[in-house]
Design a protein around this ligand. Structure first.
Ligand code: SF4
Length: 348
């Protein structure tokens, strides 16, 4: 039996084998099992959702990005508030946060803010990734989001100005998303150096390294080497710059820090791929996939050329659906040399 306790500021789940505590204000999240030392490998129901609100994107300054794994263009689809409510109202109350996928300027979907307000009014924290936003958009995001990530592209000013707009508007949790590939290595190093000296980044929480997925327009880019990734991590530690990484990059991060004396502590606060174990993705048409990089793929992890349709029975239609179970089993078996889950879809 899973029991859910919720107040304005916290959400707790308690059961024999699976428990969590979530602070809605700070984003602090702790999960444990039968004892505090147990680490459940699968949640009985979803904790975090990633929802695509639009596929229409003009890029940060009127030019689409060369590495976009979704191959988005200005012509795309939006999820309406009505369609969102129909999806959201079927999601279980174990959900803590939703990461929204929008366009670089946060202007493509006219229902975006109404969707995020609805999310918050139901006790779930909305987060989003943007790239180049105005003061007005920053103020609205700061009013409703728990955290905002700003993607760093070729022109650092789009990113750093947007970070400053968000922190000035009072948002505490502002990160930079830095996609790392062979082509963006120098740019990533520059972002780390700038985090210390650029006054616009004073309120920045962390630089989050996102690993390249060779999908869509990203197929043209090359993966970063282990040495290059280690050089970024080493420099950030040296300068005392806060860093993070997407769960896809966890094995790379652990390889980069394996000789550090505090490896065990770093291992403790690293989470590897959690798709279908704790989180899931819905595309702009409301179809479910384990993560946003899965649509169109097929392999030992199942055939994901089509997504799953949600019904009133979330557990049967999504979480315990045979295709989700197949993906989950493939992921849980796919361990790397550090003993953490490695991506079953891509070479990271
Ligand atoms: S399945 Fe692969 S691409 Fe998807 S979240 Fe996991 S590691 Fe990343």
């Amino acid at each position: 039996v899973v029991k859910i306790y919720e107040t304005e500021n916290e959400k707790h789940v308690r059961s024999d084998d699976y428990n969590y505590a979530f602070d809605k204000n700070t984003g602090f999240f702790a999960r444990w099992g039968r004892t505090r030392d147990d680490d459940p490998s699968v949640a009985p129901s979803i904790e975090i959702a990633d929802i695509e609100l639009t596929t229409a994107c003009s890029g940060p300054a009127g030019k689409v990005c060369g590495f976009c794994y979704k191959s988005n263009t200005p012509k795309g689809d939006n999820m309406t508030l009505e369609a969102f409510k129909q999806l959201f109202d079927k999601l279980p109350r174990t959900l803590t946060q939703i990461a929204y996928g929008a366009d670089a300027n946060c202007t493509s979907n006219p229902d975006l803010f109404a969707i995020m307000e609805y999310t918050r009014s139901r006790g779930v924290i909305p987060n989003i990734t943007v790239a180049n936003i105005t003061d007005e958009v920053a103020a609205k995001l700061a009013g409703v989001c728990g955290a905002v990530a700003v993607s760093r592209y070729s022109d650092k000013n789009w990113c750093y100005d947007s970070v400053q707009r968000l922190t000035k508007a009072g948002l505490d949790q502002v990160n930079i998303h830095q996609m790392v590939s062979a082509e963006t290595f120098d740019q990533a190093m520059e972002t780390i150096e700038d985090a210390v000296v650029d006054p616009r980044l004073t309120g920045l929480k962390a630089i989050v390294f996102l690993s390249l997925k060779q999908k869509g327009r990203g197929e043209r880019y090359k993966r970063i080497t282990e040495e290059q990734f280690k050089a970024l991590v080493d420099r950030a530690f040296e300068l005392g710059v806060g860093i993070g990484f997407d769960s896809c990059g966890c094995p790379k991060f652990l390889n980069a820090v394996k000789d550090r004396p505090n490896y065990d502590a770093l291992f403790e606060c690293s989470e590897s791929c959690e798709s279908s174990l704790f989180s899931g993705f819905w595309d702009v048409h409301g179809r479910y996939f384990p993560c946003s990089f899965t649509p169109g793929l097929s392999g030992a992890y199942g055939d994901w050329t089509e997504g799953l349709e949600i019904t009133d029975d979330f557990q049967a239609s999504i979480w315990n659906h045979p295709k989700t179970v197949q993906f989950r089993e493939a992921l849980l078996k796919n361990l790397d040399s550090n003993g953490v889950r490695a991506c079953p879809l891509y070479e990271i």
